[in-house]
Write a protein of this length. Structure first.
Length: 284
């Protein structure tokens, strides 16, 4: 049995409590150029900070104001990036502020402590998936048999935990997603369309389970969360307070919850507003 790594906990917030902030990244805090939604005249556009480079090209951004808010937030709270990205994809990102002691990758499949995988956590996830879900190989076989190269650009497997497709949304057959979702649901899997990607994720593989583990380890008494996609719904439900932007799958389906604040801002402006709301909630 490997020893569980221990990460430092920030000083309590002004109210004397330890606050945990768990936030999705893509299209919640950071944005590709295609997702920025800069609808204002060019001279009024915010200054942007590049926070991710891939293959020598800038890929993801946040506003400079958002970067300042995040730097302050990381000093005041247990800030936990909570993403469906693989560990390799996550490690391309350079967020402002103090490096997170904890990060959640692969939709909860990997819990990083000071950048290193907690192997005990990962092993516990694998046991649960084996007990409760059809194997990944069955999902991949269905995808291979039912998809067409005229609308599928890439087949991908993430961390040997889940699968996703990169698709041409304009050519995606209208009924295929619903049929795949129903078939996968009977086998313990969730299907989600995010931008150009169709994800198939085991139902027990959740961000919320990993966040609860971080809260247990840090003694957090307040959990705040934000996200934009259906894969973030369990995370938002598990938090004490939560926010979603005015774009994304959750906005498209008008998803809500009693403790959820729905923002009107879209694109990179929403990321800035989410960070402003996090800081206000921590300091109230």
């Amino acid at each position: 049995m490997t020893a569980t790594p221990v990460a430092p906990v920030p000083a309590p917030t002004p109210g004397g409590a330890t606050s945990l902030v768990a936030s999705d990244l893509d299209r919640t805090l950071i944005y590709s150029s295609a997702a920025l939604a800069l609808g204002m005249p060019d001279p009024q556009a915010p200054r942007l900070l590049c926070v991710e480079v891939h293959e020598s090209k800038p890929l993801s951004y946040m506003t400079e104001a958002a970067a300042d808010l995040l730097a302050r937030l990381t000093a005041e709270t247990v800030f936990v990036p909570t993403t469906t990205r693989t560990r390799k994809q996550y490690q391309r990102i350079r967020l402002p502020g103090r490096a997170p002691a904890y990060a959640i990758c692969a939709n909860g499949g990997h819990l990083l402590v000071d950048g290193v995988t907690d192997h005990d956590w990962h092993a516990s996830v694998l046991r649960r998936l084996a007990d409760e879900c059809a194997p990944l190989s069955e999902i991949r076989a269905y995808l291979t048999a039912t998809t067409d190269l005229s609308w599928v650009r890439k087949h991908r497997v993430a961390e040997d935990l889940f699968a996703y497709l990169v698709v041409d949304r304009e050519r995606l057959p209208a009924d295929w997603l619903a049929r795949f979702g129903a078939w996968a649901g009977e086998r313990g899997w969730t299907v989600s369309l995010q931008g150009r990607k169709v994800y198939a994720v085991p139902k027990p593989l959740t961000k919320s389970a990993a966040v609860r583990e971080v809260a247990r380890r840090t003694g957090a008494t307040l959990t705040l969360a934000a996200g934009d996609s259906l894969l973030d719904a369990d995370l938002l439900l598990a938090a004490d307070r939560a926010w979603r932007p005015g774009h994304g799958e959750l906005a498209d389906t008008q998803w809500t919850a009693p403790h959820l604040d729905v923002l009107t801002q879209r694109g990179v402006a929403a990321g800035e507003e989410i960070l402003r709301r996090f800081r206000a909630a921590v300091r109230s």
